[in-house]
Every structure is written in structure tokens, then in C-alpha cells.
Design a protein around this ligand. Structure first.
Ligand code: TRP
Ligand code: ZN
Length: 883
């Protein structure tokens, strides 16, 4: 196995840069294959660094043309240039100007880091370490500089030229067919926030007036002809700007804010100062091409990148170990925004579903790491659910512990103190410690300890004394590199519910006025007095901590919570818990008793009949069973995905039959002829209607096929059309194949819609799917070079299709391994993301586990793996302390 210890970067080794860069002047002469870049860096030794050391600048595949120091061209012996490092052994002791000329080839750049081309347009991606692919630089987030950028291009090739900051000047280059634009960004920033764009782009824009009365031109740039699909993104941007002023008192700081949509992009979007660049999937929307989920994602990601202007850009990270400082906080902020714009309870459930599906999964496997890792080989592999989603949960817990007002005061102090600096997690926590006078050192363990804590809760009622005791225990399983674990500070929001469903107000001195008990030891007990009758405890309301909970409540008691709890999250959770218990029994061979199945079915029927229409979005979530991969995670070892698939189908059938009338009624009555609106209430009605269609079809495939085909034909929007096609996917035959063909025909010129079509087919749980996926790779719309296409077809097969990716014959694993190797030659970031689909391999039963191990080994054996793939494959194979 490859282990090059030398390449490990450690948090404990951090030291300040030996040199500072104060100003950067950049000149780009855009050309498809030979772009010339001249960088003039105003530098000086850092008083906080070492003196008399060489100057070493990072590079990556750049072609050096010349280096000059204070205007004098350096000769061969005065510097050493390697593709990844430019060294000047005797730099000046005082301030100096370094001028570096490089040449790069954006057309050949398939890694999509640095300067590259997408649909003929030029764009950049510099986080985390892409700037060094443009010029040699101190490419680390604690080197902050003021940038001025001149961009020159052929006028007809790139009529639009954008940079960071404010536009300063533009014009034509006399006597040529070229033109130029100059941009100046007055805010010092790290290189990872640098960006330029050049190309043919359409624009939608409007003026925005900030809280202090300044006018900002806000704009979204898209492929010409798609302007009518950019309106929702622009609207979401405006709402985000208003929200950050209102909720966090944060105002925007430049004269322009530009968003550009590109079709080749490694992730969702990027927060470059004043020039956000987006995966077009998270910008473009029309009722005919985007689903309700797409609209919600666009709103959330537009907000996320905008919010980074303060949490990330004005206050940035000292080093990449602090990534959660900007990402966790910004995810928290975008979640709060979406909750305020939509339904808080429904959004919370959606957040927790993704946290469990992605982060708990990560924490339970070979790639588990702390929210703030202490070492890495490849930083790109740490843009994870743990850093983002669990990072956001930590901020949320902090707010729960200290309350809304102190949280806002702490945020204000953090921004005040750290504005214009590159900060650490310690700086963040110190602001809250100072505002509240609390010691947050125990709480800070959430950043350093990986793994999901398991909390068990046991209740004991004393009839005679009218007291109720709750015993709490916590433990965390070992994770890679962390064999032993400490107890965490776990905020438990809780309440008691009477058997008849009424809330009980019993006394407990350990529970604060906000209903929160702080559980921070391995074991603890709290006691309520004045409890008139045996209560049902409702714990972790709103999912107040990112932990796994085991509760010794009966199904009957849980179903009381489903009906009556005042906390919507726990109503949903109660239904999920009961369903999960039965799904696990069914999947592992112990039949769920008819009695249990009957109780759940009738609870669902009761819910559907009496409750569901009050909040359709919530009802759709209650009526959706845990996913196959959730069930696999719950079982945890010797998993048989086929058994899980059958168990889930059986339960959907039962529930569909038990609720047939109300579901039929939802499907009929929630159909609206009115024109499409993406708002949360309308989306909620569509969600319930489509959840109903799914269950009806499970109960009666023939009737379902008819309903789904009708809906498919008549659908007035993509949400309904795609949902019906999704249901048709469960029924093999000509109706399905005809629908697949008609969808393809209708959207043949819509790459983002064909992505959905790829995804649905890749998820068909039938033995022929692997061949279908291979065939679809030959489809004219598919390309190994485009990350959205690869993720839609191959990523979906590996992540969504539990039965077929984990085929008994190992063919799914072998296929993914071969694709990872192909992708690695083009785009290592894309390849290593696909490879993370293997992170569940140790949970599988022995046959599958053996196949998966061999597939991983076949990758590990290859020479010339990228650092990205090498790192993931090695960690995936390492003997884990879990076993
Ligand atoms: N900082 C970006 C965000 O949170 C994500 C990001 C990191 C990214 N590295 C990237 C995006 C590389 C694209 C490519 O939104
Ligand atoms: Zn982010």
C-alpha cells in the first residue's frame, strides 16, 4: 500500500508565512491554448516569519516564461523553477516587487482547477489550491492581498470580461480585434477567492439598495438564450442580501455583485469575492426544466455563496484545517435563511435527513474525520459532509446552549474582531466565551473528536412519588486514528407528553427556561417532580444534537408522539423510528409481527385521514419510509441490500393498501390546474401528491401505472413529470420504456434535464441496469469530461442504487473501479468523489465485502494515481479500528 508519509500536512506544524504579499497586479491575455499571465507581486518579509530564508512560491503545471525582481530579469542561476515550486534563494530583506510571466493552456485543463474553459467560455476555480495553476504564488489562505486585474481577449470570443471587486476601466486595444477590462478589489483576500470570467454570456440584473443606502448592481450571467431561467436565482440573491442585513446586520460591500453559471464545475458553487461562479444546475430554473427540489437547492446555494461574503471572505481561514470556520458557519446561515423563507419544521427534517444519510454514514466508515481534521494528504478530500453539515450542527448547538441573543452578540463580536483577518476556530469560540462569560473548552471537543455519539435514554416513572427520572448514557465508537473517546457536551431539548397526548409541565431544575438539559458526562440522570401520570418523553426536539438516540419507548408510545407531540421534528422522528424497527426486522429475516404492522398501518391511516392536509409538505415526509441506505446504516454489519430492498417494498405495499382511500384522494384533489409556482406551500402539495402516487403504485402496480402514465402525459411542470416517471421506473415493461423514450425525445437539447433522465435509469433496481448504464455512457449527451453528467449517471448508480451497485457478483464494484481510474486521468477531484461510494464496503455481508476489497485493491495497485484518489483508496482499505 502506498503511504508517503512526507506528504502529510499537519495542523500542529502551522507557522506563519515568511513573506507577505500586499498587492497583486495581474494581466491576463486570454487565448484558448496559450494564455499569458503576468503577475506583479508587491512583497516583503513577514516580521512574524523567519528571516534569511529562501522565497518559495507554489506552482502546479505552470509554464514559466520569466521572473524579474524589482524590474530586473533574473538569470538562470538566481532562481530555481520546477512545475510545483519556484525558489529564489536570496530574496531582498526589505520590500520588493516580483514579476512573474507564465503561460497556461485553459483548453487542456480538464481538472477544472485554475483557468479552464467551459462551453467555450473562460472561467477560474481557485479554492483550495487552484491559483497556483495560474501563476507561482504564496497559495495559502493566510496571505491576504489587494488585487487589480486586467483581462484582455478577442472581442468576439469574450465580449464579457469579469473580475473580483469593482470595474475600473474597459476599452478596445487599438489596432487589434481585442478588448480589455480592469477590475480592482479593495478588500484584501487570499488567492483562493480570486476569479475571472471571459466569454459570451447573457445577463439579468437589477439594482439593490443596501441598509445604509448604497446602490449595488446585482447580476446573473448565463448562456445566451437562457436569461429567462436566471430570474429565480436573481430573486434568491436579493432575498439573501435583505436577510443577512436583517438577521445578522451584515451589509454588502462592493458596487457590483456578479454570479456566473458555467456547465463544467466540480462542485456546487464558489464564493469568489464579488464574482460567484456557479454550477449551472444551481442557477438555471424554469417550471418546465427544474423540480421543486432544484428551486430549493438554487435558493440555498445562492444564499450560501452570498453569505460567504462575511463568513469566509471578510473573515477567512488561517489554514485549511479551519475549513469548517467558513463552511460550517455558512451552511448554518443558509439553513436558517431557508427555514425563514420556507417552513422551519419541514426544513429541519430535510437537513437531518441529509445529515444522517451523508455525515453519519461518513462517521461510521473508513473516511471518518473530525470537523476540524488534524492532518490531511489532499485538502480537496475534506470538503465533506462532516466539515459542512456537522460543522453547521456545532454552530446550531452553540446557539441552543447560549440562546438567540447571546448568539447574535457573539457573532457581532466575532465579525468585529476578525474582519480582514484569517481566523481560527479558537477565535470563533472566544467571541462567544467572551460575550457569555462561559467556558467553552469542553464544548470545543466537537471540533476535534470524530464519530457520532450514541445517546441512550431510559425513563422511570414513580407512581407513588409522582416523579419521573430520565437516565442518559453516551458513548462514541472508535474511528480511524481515535481509539478512545471523551463524553461530549450534548444539548438535549426535551419535554414530556401525557398518554392522552397533552403536554405536561412538570418541574425539573436541570432543564433551563428554553427546555434544554445540558448532558455533558458519560452518564447523568434528571428528575421531574409533580408528574401526574406516566409520561412519554420527547427528547432531542428539533434534533438538538447530531447524535444517534436509542430510546426505550414502545411503538405504541412513539405513535402517541406521532399524533400529539408539539415538536414537529419528533412527530416525524417517531414515525421513522417505528418504521425503521420494522424495516430492520423484515430485512434481517425476523418477520415483523402482523400486530406491529397493523398498528403502524393504522397509525398512518389515521394520520393521512385527519392530519395530512394541514401541512402537506410535512405529511409527505411522514409518509416516506427511511431509504434503503438508511436501513443498511441502521443494520450496520453483514448487510444484504437485496433483503433490504424487498423489505422496503413490502412495507410500502402494506402502507399503500392501508391508506388506499386517503392516498387516492390526495392524488386526485391536490392536482392543480393553476400555473406553477415554486413556493414552499405549492411544492408541499406536489410532494404529498407524489408521495401518494408512489405508495398507491406499491399497493396496486396496475392502477399505479395507469395513474403515473396519465400524470406523465399531462404534467404541467418538471416536478410532476419527473415524479411520475420515477414511479414508472418501478414497473418493468413497455409503458416504462416508452416513457423513457418520450422523455429523451422531449428534452434532447436540455443537458440538465437529461441528467435527471440518466439518474432515474441508473437507479432502477434490476439486474439489467448495469448494462443500461454502460449503454447510456455512449449516449450523445453523456461525457466523461462533464462532472454533472458523470455524477448523474455513474454517481447515482453507485450512491442511489443499493442493490445493483452492491451486486452479489461484484460487477457493480468492478465497474465503478474502472470508471474511477478513467476519471482520474481527466479530473482527480471528480474521481475521488465517485470513489467515496465504496465507503460502506465493510458493512456488507462477506461475499460482497470480498468483491469490494478486490475492486479497491485494483485501484490501489495502479501507479500514477492522483493524490486525491490515492488518499481515499488508502484510507478506505486501512484496517479500521471498527473491526
Ligand atoms: N467553497 C465552496 C463552497 O462552499 C466550495 C468549493 C470548494 C468548491 N472547493 C471547490 C467549488 C472547488 C468548486 C470547486 O461553496
Ligand atoms: Zn461554502
Amino acid at each position: 500500500m502506498r503511504t508517503d508519509a512526507a506528504q502529510i500536512v499537519r495542523l500542529e506544524d502551522y507557522r506563519p508565512s515568511d513573506f507577505l504579499i500586499e498587492r497583486v497586479e495581474l494581466d491576463f491575455k486570454l487565448h484558448p491554448a496559450a494564455t499569458k499571465v503576468t503577475a506583479t507581486l508587491s512583497m516583503r518579509p513577514n516580521p512574524a516569519g523567519r528571516s534569511d530564508v529562501p522565497l518559495a512560491l507554489d506552482g502546479d503545471e505552470v509554464n514559466l516564461k520569466s521572473v524579474a525582481l524589482d524590474g530586473r530579469i533574473l538569470e538562470a542561476g538566481e532562481f530555481e523553477a520546477r512545475p510545483e515550486l519556484l525558489t529564489i534563494s536570496q530574496p531582498p530583506q526589505g520590500p520588493f516587487r516580483l514579476t512573474i510571466e507564465t503561460e497556461i493552456n485553459p483548453t487542456a485543463n480538464t481538472r477544472l482547477m485554475g483557468l479552464y474553459r467551459s462551453s467555450g467560455n473562460y472561467c477560474t476555480q481557485c479554492e483550495a489550491e487552484g491559483f497556483r495553476r495560474i501563476t507561482y504564488f504564496l497559495d495559502r489562505p493566510d496571505v491576504l492581498a489587494v488585487y487589480t486585474t486586467r483581462i484582455e481577449a478577442e472581442l468576439d470570443e469574450a465580449p464579457v470580461l469579469l473580475g473580483n471587486g469593482n470595474p475600473v476601466e474597459s476599452g478596445s486595444v487599438a489596432g487589434t480585434s481585442r478588448h480589455y477590462a480592469v477590475w480592482h478589489d479593495p478588500f484584501p483576500k487570499p488567492s483562493y477567492l480570486f476569479a475571472i470570467v471571459g466569454g459570451r454570456l447573457g445577463r439579468v440584473a437589477k439594482p439593490f439598495t443596501t441598509m445604509s443606502g448604497r446602490t449595488v448592481a446585482i447580476a446573473v450571467y448565463v448562456e445566451p438564450g437562457k436569461e429567462d431561467r436566471a430570474g429565480y436565482a436573481l430573486d434568491a440573491l436579493e432575498r439573501s442580501m435583505i436577510w443577512d442585513e436583517k438577521v445578522f446586520g451584515r451589509e454588502y460591500d462592493l458596487d457590483v455583485f456578479n454570479i456566473v453559471a458555467v456547465s463544467d464545475f466540480n462542485m456546487g458553487a464558489m464564493e469568489n469575492k464579488g464574482l460567484n461562479i456557479f454550477n449551472d444546475k444551481y442557477v438555471l430554473a424554469s417550471p418546465e426544466t427544474a423540480t421543486d427540489t432544484d428551486y430549493a437547492n438554487i435558493e440555498a446555494i445562492i444564499a450560501h455563496e452570498y453569505f460567504h461574503n462575511w463568513s469566509g471572505n471578510r473573515v477567512t481561514c488561517r489554514d485549511w484545517f479551519q475549513l469548517c470556520l467558513k463552511e460550517g458557519l455558512t451552511v448554518f446561515r443558509d439553513q436558517e435563511f431557508s427555514s425563514d423563507e420556507r417552513s422551519r419544521a419541514v426544513h429541519r427534517i430535510a437537513e437531518v435527513k441529509t445529515l444522517r444519510a451523508r455525515q453519519f454514514l461518513e462517521d461510521a466508515g473508513p473516511l471518518a474525520h473530525p470537523v476540524r481534521p488534524s492532518q490531511y494528504r489532499e485538502i480537496n478530500n475534506f470538503y465533506t459532509a462532516t466539515v459542512y453539515e456537522k460543522g453547521a450542527e456545532i454552530v446550531r448547538m452553540l446557539k441552543t446552549l447560549i440562546g438567540d441573543e447571546d448568539f447574535r452578540r457573539g457573532m457581532d463580536l466575532y465579525y468585529d474582531r476578525c474582519d480582514g483577518t484569517a481566523a481560527t476556530v479558537e477565535d470563533f469560540l472566544k467571541a462567544f466565551a467572551d460575550v457569555t462569560g462561559r467556558d467553552l473548552s469542553h464544548f470545543a471537543r466537537w471540533y476535534g473528536q470524530s464519530g457520532t455519539p450514541c445517546v441512550s435514554v431510559h425513563g422511570q416513572y414513580d407512581e407513588a412519588a409522582k416523579t419521573y427520572r430520565l437516565d442518559f448514557k453516551q458513548h462514541t465508537l472508535p474511528t480511524p486514528g481515535q481509539p478512545t473517546k471523551d463524553p461530549m457536551v450534548v444539548p438535549v431539548a426535551l419535554g414530556l407528553v401525557a398518554q392522552d397526548g397533552q403536554p405536561m409541565d412538570a418541574e425539573c431544575e436541570r432543564v433551563d427556561s428554553r427546555g434544554v438539559f445540558v448532558f455533558d458526562k458519560a452518564e447523568d440522570s434528571i428528575a421531574f417532580t409533580g408528574v401526574a401520570s406516566r409520561p412519554v418523553p420527547s427528547v432531542f426536539r428539533g434534533f438538538s444534537a447530531p447524535v444517534k438516540v436509542s430510546l426505550d419507548l414502545s411503538n405504541e408510545e412513539l405513535l402517541i408522539l406521532l399524533r400529539h407531540d408539539t415538536d414537529a421534528f419528533n412527530r416525524w422522528q417517531a414515525a421513522q423510528t417505528v418504521a425503521m424497527r420494522m424495516l430492520v426486522s423484515l430485512s434481517t429475516g425476523t418477520q415483523a409481527s402482523d400486530e406491529d404492522m397493523g398498528a403502524l398501518s393504522s397509525a398512518f391511516r389515521g394520520f393521512a385521514q385527519s392530519d395530512a392536509l394541514r401541512d402537506p409538505a410535512f405529511a409527505a415526509l411522514v409518509l416516506t419510509l427511511p431509504s434503503e441506505s438508511d436501513i443498511a446504516q441502521e443494520i450496520g454489519k453483514d448487510v444484504d441490500p437485496t433483503a433490504i430492498h424487498h423489505a422496503r417494498r413490502t412495507m410500502r405495499q402494506h402502507i399503500g393498501r392501508a391508506c388506499f382511500e386517503p392516498l387516492t384522494d390526495f392524488h386526485r384533489s391536490l392536482a392543480r390546474a393553476e400555473s406553477y409556482s415554486p413556493d414552499a406551500a405549492s411544492a408541499g402539495r406536489r410532494a404529498l401528491r407524489n408521495a401518494a402516487l408512489d405508495l398507491l403504485t406499491a399497493a396496486d402496480p396496475q392502477a399505479g401505472e395507469k395513474l403515473a402514465s396519465e400524470q406523465f402525459e399531462k404534467a404541467g411542470n418538471m416536478t410532476d413529470r419527473l415524479a411520475s416517471l420515477n414511479v414508472l421506473m418501478t414497473i418493468p415493461g413497455t409503458v416504462r420504456e416508452n416513457a423513457i423514450a418520450s422523455f429523451e425525445e422531449r428534452y434532447r437539447n436540455e443537458p440538465l434535464v437529461l441528467d435527471k433522465w440518466f439518474t432515474l435509469q441508473a437507479a432502477i433496481p434490476e439486474d439489467t441496469t448495469l448494462d443500461r448504464v454502460k449503454r447510456l455512457m455512449e449516449h450523445p449527451a453523456f461525457s466523461m469530461n462533464n462532472p454533472n453528467r458523470v455524477r448523474s449517471l455513474i454517481g447515482s448508480f453507485a450512491m442511489l442504487n443499493q442493490v445493483q451497485f452492491n451486486r452479489e457478483d461484484g460487477a457493480g464494484y468492478a465497474f465503478l473501479a474502472s470508471i474511477v481510474l478513467r476519471a482520474d486521468e481527466l479530473n482527480p477531484q471528480l474521481a475521488s468523489r465517485l470513489l467515496t461510494a465504496f465507503s460502506t464496503w465493510r458493512m456488507m455481508e462477506p461475499m460482497r465485502r470480498g468483491h469490494a476489497r478486490r475492486a479497491l485493491q485494483s485501484i490501489a495497485q495502479k501507479s500514477n494515481l492522483s493524490r486525491d484518489v490515492g488518499d481515499i483508496v488508502n484510507r478506505s482499505l486501512e484496517e479500521s479500528p471498527l473491526l
